[in-house]
Design a protein around this ligand. Structure first.
Ligand code: GLU
Length: 383
């Protein structure tokens, strides 16, 4: 009989693999041995029929090493300059290693703003799917050289979680420099025990992980757990595993107990709501009354003009906004069918009055329920 790991991993075909800087870099910059062995492992998986997309860090670490800089880089221009030096080197190493195995690679560099724009998001999805059909390995990193805070993913764990969702991966493998998630910080306590299976990503589990990072990576265990949450809510299992372990990928897929497996939630968030909840940043707020709050939270209804009591910020049709109650607590995030100026004119009114006031009425709802992700009391979105 199969155990829960084997059962969860049995039907995996499409893999998102993320490799952190701490796995890829040694004292002398990029660790070519590790990269070669990971590439050999991935090649073997591709030969067995798996589709693989790789999200890799290592650009900044490699550039920094080339410049002979020791310790963490402090300023943004320094990090961006190091990334500009290192990204080409990183790709050259991957490209050489995959070519040796007769596999072709493609480089994709992204900033968050590439994914918040729906059109660009869909284009990236189509590009990735074409590359996969062609049997090419997409190698993705953040476009560090141009990303400023507002358009940053923050860390590659977050970027990888979003890509896993875009390609509808069957499994997200996050390769790191620890054995997985422990019940307390293993670098602080010898008693730390590995947690092999997380059935439900509760607040307690989230609280275990700390922000500690290595001197080369950006995200600590906390960002890995948040990334695990982001994929498991969209139905994708996640394994956080030791990237330097021999045969790590093959053994994970064989269902061996390696790292921490996070099971996907049963009632998954669809891809559009995931995009609204996790990728978009709200441009304004709609304050809603108790009736609307009930309609949204308990009945799964759309937001109508009659339930809106105030509008904050300036935004256009199609923009993301958050819905808050009179106390300012966020209930939901959604895409508006009217601009902020229009909503100011129709708030509190019956739907039938919209065309009379605005001179047009393309929609009955201010936010349609299909474009609304409920965040209040929704453990799936509580991040
Ligand atoms: N994008 C960065 C790099 O390639 C790494 C970010 C991270 O470690 O999460 O160097």
């Amino acid at each position: 009989m199969k155990n829960i790991r084997q059962e969860t991993l049995a039907h995996v075909k499409k893999l998102l693999i993320k490799v952190g800087s701490a796995v890829l870099t040694g004292a002398d910059g990029l660790d070519l041995k590790i990269i070669d062995s990971l590439v050999a492992e991935i090649t073997e998986l591709v030969r067995q029929g798996y589709a693989v997309v790789l999200v890799t860090s290592g650009a900044i670490a490699s550039g920094k090493n080339r410049m002979g800089i020791v310790g963490k880089l402090k300023s943004m221009p320094e990090k961006q300059a190091a990334a500009a030096i290192g990204q080409g080197r990183l790709m050259r190493v991957y490209s050489k290693a995959f070519e040796k195995n007769d596999l072709c690679v493609a480089q994709i560099l992204l900033t968050l703003s590439d994914l918040t724009d729906r059109q660009r998001y869909l284009n990236i999805r189509n590009t990735l799917s074409t590359l996969m059909q062609w049997g090419v390995i997409p190698i993705i990193n953040e476009n560090d050289t141009v990303a400023v805070d507002e358009i940053k993913f923050g860390d590659n764990d977050n970027l990888a979680a979003m890509i896993a969702n875009i390609i509808e991966a069957d499994l997200f493998i996050n390769l790191t420099n620890t054995a997985g998630l422990h019940d307390c910080n293993p670098s602080e306590s010898k008693k730390a025990r590995l947690i092999p299976l997380v059935r439900e990503l509760s607040e307690e589990i989230e609280a275990i992980a700390t922000d500690d990072t290595s001197s080369v990576g950006t995200g600590g265990m906390k960002s890995k757990v948040i990334a695990a949450k982001k994929v498991t809510v969209s139905g994708i299992p996640c394994v956080i595993a030791p990237g330097k372990r021999k045969k790590v990928l093959a053994d994970i897929l064989a269902g061996k107990e390696i790292g921490t497996l996070f099971l996907p939630v049963a009632d998954r968030l669809n891809s559009k709501k995931y995009w609204i909840a996790f990728t978009l940043r709200p441009r304004g707020r709609l304050v809603i009354d108790d009736g609307a709050k009930k309609a949204l939270l308990e009945k799964g209804k759309s937001l109508l003009p009659s339930g809106i009591i105030d509008v904050e910020g300036n935004f256009a049709l199609g923009d993301p906004v958050s819905c808050v109650d009179a106390e300012g607590i966020t209930m939901a995030k959604g895409l508006v069918n009217f601009s902020s100026d229009e909503i100011r004119k129709i708030m509190g009114m019956k739907t039938a009055k919209i065309s009379q006031i605005l001179g047009h009425k393309d929609y009955d709802e201010v936010i349609h329920r299909d474009n609304l992700a409920i965040t209040e009391n929704n453990p799936k979105i509580r991040i």
